[in-house]
Write a new protein. Structure first.
Length: 284
């Protein structure tokens, strides 16, 4: 399961998603890196999905071909037809000729005037309700910042949502991934052999340790390439679903070596890898 949220205000559309997927036949879900479930197919079209990730990956690649060959409506028609199986639901943000937000389920297409969501909506129902009446700028909204915070701390998300937070800002000018980073401290209790230990969640996220996660978009809009990183883990990931449904792992710093003070070097490594995948996708 997953979560995809989309909100439209005039000519702007904000889309949010996690990356966690279930792995049939595996010992557990693929939380990090998971898969990219918001895919910017071009400067006028973005597709998000919740459901069977393998099926959706094939649909996304075919939709990009359709976009190039038959335009936005051709890509939308292809996704609508794919949704008839009931395995996967989709959200589409389009900007030709004007901003349009669509939810596609079992072959039906619903045009949404304000906000919608697919997947496991329950952990975010309060945020969604509040977003309906918020008046701030959409791309810098409380919905976006609170969504990122919830994903980074994994607080009250249950077993179906998790991984990296992904955001797309879609406007008449272009569709592009939005950057964000999160840093929080944590403190775990002293564990004693053979004893059961309980700790309030508010105590976990304050203390002596620290953890940093973030997402890094490419420098150009309109391309289905996205980066994410864990500085503490010294690892980054490049999502390029047109090349491969699985994320590409990038070593940002040697294991066991202190990472603090080397953040810029780590970012530079990830940026270089992003540029390589952008070049590979653009020529396809």
């Amino acid at each position: 399961m997953t979560i995809v949220i989309a909100q439209k205000k005039e000519e702007q559309i904000l889309l949010l998603a996690d990356t966690k997927i279930g792995n049939a036949g595996a010992t557990g879900p693929n939380v990090i890196p998971g898969r990219l479930k918001l895919v910017v197919l071009g400067n006028t079209l973005t597709v998000g999905y919740a459901g069977n990730a393998d099926v959706a990956g094939l649909v996304i690649r075919e939709a990009r071909k359709a976009l190039g060959a038959r335009g936005e409506q051709g890509a939308i028609d292809l996704v609508r037809e794919a949704s008839t199986s009931g395995e996967t639901d989709y959200i589409i943000a389009a900007h030709k000729p004007c901003a349009t937000l669509l939810m596609l389920r079992r072959g039906a297409v619903l045009e949404v005037p304000d906000i919608c969501a697919i997947g496991d909506v329950s952990p975010f129902s309060g945020l969604i309700d509040k977003a309906r009446t918020d008046t701030e700028s959409l791309f810098n909204s409380n919905l976006r910042s609170r969504f990122f915070d919830r994903l980074l701390t994994n607080k009250d998300l249950g077993d179906t949502v998790g991984g990296f937070p992904v955001a797309v800002g879609a406007s008449g000018e272009h569709h592009r991934y939005l950057a964000h980073s999160g840093f929080y401290t944590f403190k775990f209790p002293t564990l004693r052999w053979g004893e059961e230990t309980h700790q309030d969640i508010e105590q976990v996220y304050t203390g002596d340790g620290h953890f940093a996660l973030g997402v890094l978009p490419p420098t150009v809009p309109g391309v289905p390439v996205f980066g994410a990183y864990s500085l503490q883990g010294r690892v980054g990931y490049v999502y390029s679903p047109i090349e491969d449904p699985e994320a590409f792992r990038v070593s940002l710093w040697p294991n066991g070596q202190p990472w603090e003070g080397h953040e810029q070097e780590m970012f530079d490594i990830l940026k270089q890898e992003l540029d390589k995948h952008v070049s590979a996708v653009v020529v396809k």
